[in-house]
Structure formats: C-alpha cells, structure tokens
Write a protein that binds this ligand. Structure first.
Ligand code: PHE
Length: 352
C-alpha cells in the first residue's frame, strides 16, 4: 500500500489531483483511515505491534502529500509569474489629451481683437423674456418676425408669461442700454462720458438644423453708443475685425442692405469665399458667405431704453462665432461642432 500511495503522490500533476489522492488515503473512508479503524478491534498485544506501523504509514504519506503540495504550488506560481511578466519594451498606450474646442478658440481670438479696439464684455441670460428678446427690439406684437427666428418657447409660467431661449444676443443690447441710462447721471457727474463699447458673446437657440445651422449656436453681439456715431464707424470696426481675424488685409467683404427691426439702416456683411470644394476657402472664389448682421441702433430702441435719439446714436452687430470658425478653419458642417465626437475634436481642436 505504501508504495502505491507514494507513487500516486508523485504522479499528481496539480493541486487538485493531489487532493484526490489525499482523500483516497486519509479521507473518512480512505485506505489508511480504514486501516486505523481496524486497530480498535485488535488485542492489546496485536495493537502494540501493528499500531506504530499503521500510524507511521499515516504520518509518512501525510508528509509526502504536504511536501508535494508545496512543490506543486511553487511551480504554479512560477508559471503564473512567467506568463504575466510585464514587457517593458512595449510602447506605452497613446496618452489622450484634452483640446480647446474651436468655438472657444475663435471666441478667445475675437475677444482679443475687440479688447484691443477698446471693447469690454457684457453678458445676459440664455432664458430671456419676450420683452428683451423681441418687444424692446422693435418686433411688433404678434408679428411674424417673431416666428421667423424659429423660436424655442418655454411653457407659460404662473403669470401667463412665456419665456424664450434667446434667439440672438441682441436682447443684451437692451440690457446694456437700460443700464447705461440708469448710470448716465452719475457717469456724467464723474466726467466719464460714453461712448460705451461692449461685445456680448453667448449661446443662442433656434429650431433649425442643417450644414450651417444648429439648434444651439454662439453669437457675439457688439454695441457702441455715443454721440455722433455713424455708419462709417460701423464699417471700419467690422472690416478691421474681419481682416485681423482672418489674418490678412485682403479679405474682400461686401455690405448688403438688409432689414432688422432693431437697426436702421441695416446691413449684412459677406466675405468672399470658395465653396466649390469640400470646405470653404476664404478670400478667393466666387461665393459669398454672410458672417455678420449689423446696422445703426434704431431710434425706437434708444427711446425704449430711456436714451434720447437726438443726443445718442449707436451701431450694433451680431457675428455667428461657430460660423466664423468654420470659415477660418475649414470645417464643412456646423453640426459636427456639437456632436461631441472625440475624433473630430482631436482633428480640429487646439492645444491649450
Ligand atoms: N441679432 C441679429 C441676428 O441674429 C444680428 C444683428 C445684431 C443685426 C445686431 C443687427 C445688429 O440675426
């Protein structure tokens, strides 16, 4: 029996096989356990003779199993270590870096240019009331122009008022002029007369979606209010901005008469570009792309804000920030800007 068991222990190739051998020998009805049970039925003399032999057998087999188990476990650990070794010669996985979204890049560029021209920043709420978004801007009540903006209306509140997601940044013109009117006496007493010059960047919303429209987009409003402000100031400001933004003096622009309820006269400014290829090339080709709506602040708006149009004049403009980015950096589709596709951002994003 001892020779058989010793051979079985040596033949066990893993911990599980060895455990089977242990159960067969030392388990409840194992071969050695059965031998141990026979000791009870023996006479004292017989037991004195056979006892040490059987107990010795149990101890030797038990010891052989324990040392075989240690050896098998060590071998298993070695195999595991060998198979899981870290290969330090492999190249590391590429590091993912964040990038500045083109809209934010363009916004920074625009702010820098306008800051140099003496413009400060103003902001207003994304959720506007009808008064600031439309009424104060000379949109007549129930006028179809309110629908022209593809307005997102919010549900009526307790007072029966329907707020809107602002369709443009122009409502901030009203907020700035109201504040100007409020502060004017103190400013004049302080010897701080306008002009005021502000730009207003922000998110704007219209229910519209195609290659050059997204339901959420970014505009930058500009507003200058002072005495003796005229169309020439507007044209110089916008032209100067365009040539600095596109980093070339030769970008051709054209002012085209237009209509906005809150400016008179109104114009749109187009930039010469080539749209025949996949993307848009600035300053060449036979296409024109509209980049800014602008005009002289309508006397009604000044009056609504408490400013006397015989004393104060101003001009205003509104750029599409994302659209300027498309033009400058050659993106074919505005919708990609907000699709949150990391591959797009890796391609068009800017390093911080
Ligand atoms: N708010 C106008 C628009 O969204 C643009 C504009 C701004 C026009 C300021 C004139 C003056 O189309």
């Amino acid at each position: 029996l001892e020779a058989d068991l010793t051979a079985a222990v040596a033949a066990a190739q893993d911990v599980a096989a060895l455990e089977a051998v242990r159960v067969a020998a030392l388990g409840k009805s194992g071969s050695i356990s059965e031998l141990l049970k026979t000791l009870g039925a023996m006479s004292p003399d017989e037991r004195r003779e056979r006892g040490p032999a059987i107990n010795g057998l149990r101890d030797r087999i038990g010891g052989a199993i324990a040392s075989r188990k240690a050896a098998l476990e060590a071998a298993e650990l070695d195999a595991k270590l060998a198979s899981e070794r870290v290969d330090l010669t492999l190249p590391p996985p590429p590091e993912r870096r964040g990038a500045v979204h083109p809209t934010m890049q363009v916004l920074d560029e625009m702010i820098a240019i306008f800051a140099e021209m003496g413009f400060g920043l103003a902001e207003g709420p994304d959720i506007e009331d009808d008064f600031h978004n439309f009424t104060a801007l000379n949109f007549p009540p129930k006028h179809p122009a309110r629908e022209m903006h593809d307005t997102f209306w919010l549900p009526e509140d307790e007072r029966g008022e329907r707020k809107v997601l602002r369709t443009h940044t122009s409502p901030v013109q009203v907020r700035v002029m109201q504040k100007l009117n409020e502060k004017l006496p103190a400013w004049i007493a302080n010897g701080q007369e306008p002009p005021i010059r502000v730009i207003v960047p922000g998110r704007t919303y219209r229910s519209d979606s195609d290659a050059t429209h997204t339901p959420m987009f970014h505009q930058m409003e500009g507003l200058v209010i002072g005495k003796d402000i005229h169309m020439g100031h507007l044209k110089w400001t916008v032209d100067t901005f365009i040539s600095r933004f596109f980093e070339t003096p030769s970008v051709e622009t054209r002012f085209r008469p237009h209509h906005f309820p809150f400016t008179e006269p109104s114009a749109e400014l187009d930039v010469r570009c080539d749209r025949s290829g996949g993307d848009v090339k600035i300053g060449q080709g036979d296409d024109w792309m509209e980049v800014v709506g602008c005009g002289m602040v309508h006397p009604n708006i000044l009056r609504t804000c408490g400013l006397d149009p015989d004393v104060w004049q101003g001009f205003a403009f509104g750029f599409g920030i994302d659209r300027l980015g498309m033009l400058k950096y050659g993106m074919p589709d505005l919708r990609d800007m907000f699709s949150a596709d990391v591959r797009w951002l890796e391609h068009y994003g800017f390093s911080a």
